[in-house]
Design a protein around this ligand. Structure first.
Ligand SMILES: COc1ccc(C(=O)Nc2ccccc2)cc1NC(=O)CCSCc1cnc2[nH]ccc2c1
Length: 274
């Protein structure tokens, strides 16, 4: 099985299937483990690109992080191997694909309270697990979520991949002058970022668009700083309260993930919670 540390995996163990996604995930293929018949997503990374992108350390750090994270709502890295040209990541396969597509194809491009509360609860549970393992997601949005055949959410975590603007952040952190107070004061300053993003995610599920959307980036920044938050007529008071307690300017004033998972809006709309 995948967690047998002694077994040396190779491409020959897999029967390759169709290409997944429109190349959005890099080169990811549907694949089947020949012996167990287990269906996986096989992601291939060109070593040349990794070396050129100077991200080999990041890949290894990520593989290190991912291999310790095991949660029903986090896409699992089952195993990995490499050959002369490529690194291969064997990932769980989420049978219903990108949640983003389901949101866009839903009636009025939005989910109802029942669907939204289930997905928001599962993301909150996954994020809480990440934070307990000193991992911060940083990039929660519909595009980074996948759906299983049982309609459960999987944090697919492109955020941990090279696509995240980590290079800029690294150079930025070179100088202390730019550090905001929250980065100077508490070492875990960023985990509250995920709480804010959960609120934005919930808003977008229920409306079909994010709260601070604007044509110009500058306008969006202004709306975020002003917390220019308006709710549609169809939004319930509990949903407004849920979102309003996460989308809070001061990080340490945001509702915690554990509180979010027990909020009245979740309690009245998601009965299968843990
Ligand atoms: C734990 O997950 C990951 C771990 C690491 C990386 C990664 O690329 N790391 C990296 C790359 C280069 C430099 C440094 C680091 C990516 C993922 N995850 C995905 O890429 C999700 C979509 S691929 C899977 C998948 C499943 N199920 C589906 N159903 C439909 C499409 C689909 C697609």
């Amino acid at each position: 099985a995948f967690n047998n540390p002694n077994y040396k995996w190779s491409l020959d163990d897999f029967e390759l299937g169709k290409r997944l996604g429109r190349g959005k995930f890099g080169r990811v293929f549907l694949a089947r483990d020949r012996r167990s018949g287990f269906v996986v997503a096989l992601k291939t990374l060109l070593k040349k690109e990794i070396v050129l992108g100077r991200v080999e350390r990041q890949v290894l750090r990520e593989i290190e992080i991912q291999s310790h994270l095991k949660h029903p709502n986090i896409l699992q890295l089952l195993c990995w191997f490499h050959d002369s040209h490529r690194i291969y990541l064997v990932l769980e396969y989420a049978g219903k694909g990108e949640l983003y597509n389901h949101l866009k194809n839903a009636t009025n491009s939005r989910f109802d309270n029942l669907v939204s509360a289930k997905y928001v609860y599962q993301v909150a549970d996954a994020l809480d697990y990440c934070h307990q393992n000193q991992v911060i997601h940083r990039d929660i949005k519909p595009e980074n979520l996948l759906l299983t055949i049982n309609d459960d959410v999987k944090l697919a975590d492109f955020g941990w991949s090279v696509h995240s603007p980590s290079m800029k952040r690294n150079t930025m952190c070179g100088t202390l002058d730019y550090l905001p107070p929250e980065m100077v004061d508490s070492k875990d300053y960023r985990h509250q970022v995920d709480n804010w993003c959960l609120g934005i995610l919930c808003y977008e599920f229920l409306h079909g668009y994010p709260p601070f959307e604007a044509n110009e980036a500058e306008e969006t920044y202004k709306r975020i700083r002003m917390r220019d938050l308006h709710f549609g007529e169809h939004i319930s008071d509990n949903a407004k309260d849920f979102i309003s307690n996460l989308v809070v300017i001061k990080g340490d004033k945001r509702m915690s993930l554990k509180e979010a998972m027990k909020h009245p809006w979740i309690m009245e709309n998601y009965v299968n919670r843990k």
